[in-house]
Design a protein around this ligand. Sequence first.
Ligand code: S3P
Length: 170
Amino acid sequence: MAWELKKTVVMVGMMGAGKTAVGTQLARMLDVPFLDSDEEIEKAANMTIAEIFARDGEPFFRLKETQVLARLLAGKPCVLSTGGGAFLSEKNQGLISACGVAVWLRADLELLWNRVRHRSTRPLLRTENPRATLAALYEARVPEYAKADIAVDADPSYSVEQMAEKVIEA
Ligand code: S3P
């Protein structure tokens, strides 16, 4: 019988950890579909994440995020990349653990900052001191990410392929 993925592999962790890049590669290697919750939110709203934050605010975005997670997790097992805030609420953690395996891509703050500093697409980092904002988010979120089923360290010397292999091994 052909190999079959039983549960959705849900990539969680901070912005810049590589959830989408590693998740895309992982899906390729496992031969399952890849989905991205941010992308699905944008498609459903026909707006970018930044536009949703600007027009409707973060609480509305979080509501949409939960709805999209519930919908995607009810579908066939796949690799699902989530936004950095998706694994923080008890509700989302419950949805994810019911149908998926949460994989925390754990990266240190320096690596995250180096990856996000030149991109202005993330509304939460549009502050006077985005580095300090990232550090505060990091500190507040790590205890929640630590509730994931598996933690895999993001190694900056690894290729995306090597990172995806590391996830499979874990
Ligand atoms: C967010 C991270 C973003 C996106 C939104 C909020 C967060 O996704 O969902 O801007 O709260 O950390 P990425 O982690 O893919 O950047």
